[in-house]
Ligand binder design. Sequence first.
Ligand code: GTQ
Length: 345
Amino acid sequence: MSELGTLEDLPADYRQALAAQNLVPLWPSLRAVLPHGQPGPRTHATMWSYESLRPLLMQAGELTPIEKAERRVLVLANPGHGLEKMQASSSMYLGMQLLLPGEWAPAHRHTPNAVRMIVEGTGAYTTVNGEKCPMQRGDLILTPTGLWHEHGHDGDEAVVWLDVLDLPLVYYMETSYAVEGEKQDVVPRRGDREYLRGGVVPSPVFTRDTSAYPMLRYPWVDVRAALEALAAERPGGDAVQVAYVNPEDGSDCQNILGFSALMLRPGETLALPARSPAMVFHVIEGGALVSADDTAFTLAEADTCCVPGFARVTLKNRSTSEPAFVFIADESPLHRKLGLYEVRA
Ligand code: GTQ
């Protein structure tokens, strides 16, 4: 690979003449946009401790009334992108959202897709296109692109959840916007009950739901039970992991980001192949060591970290007696659709 000419190699008057016509020479920047062998990600492996951020989130509850915030969120921002960009990776946004008893975060809908992973507290709910989805620790609730959603709270303790959105990508594409709406009428529908167990549906009255998002709430009790059942079946060494999918056709539950839950058996270490999408890990139960190339994090319950694409990732259960449960978000649906998905052995 030959050494290429730099901008400084060019006479100043030539550079000025180019700029005056909105022209740029490629060769000084060619290696930056097409680095050799693999990308040079801006995404840094970064960790956010729940124990450390929680007091600041609760303080936001005292400093900023919900009417002044609409969404009371502390964004988990990756310093590699610059904190002001509010992104965890090129395409993923993470936020910790706090809703206090009696509060209401008004209805809106927007082009980015969102999911909520409930971190603590009970009594809150999200209403998505009229379907009221209760929030319990570990539940996953979808608010896909274009669907109305509002958050309410009938309970008596603080409720916190992790928001995962594809906002950075949708914003980059200049397609990000929101529409504000009125309080929704609740409809008597519960996808999480109708699709509660694979292989059986309510009978005799059940209509196949051909909408893009037939299931909006994935209760943790059921996902956890599925992982426990898989762990009992699978030999050690095979990953115990389930993907959150559309129960009608088995496709990714959203278009851009992918979501899964993983169980690390007691004492288990799992080496993942290097893959092109960036990943986010959030501990639902237990503790895990996450290493990505030369960086390692010790995660306790409710801690979150992100790792860049193409990193070699190893997950290790910190306990030799208890399983650990990890929620994973990644950019794989996007990479697959764009033909950019890569796995390196
Ligand atoms: O709860 O609707 O973290 O619209 C960022 C944007 C949460 C939400 C975020 C949002 C929401």
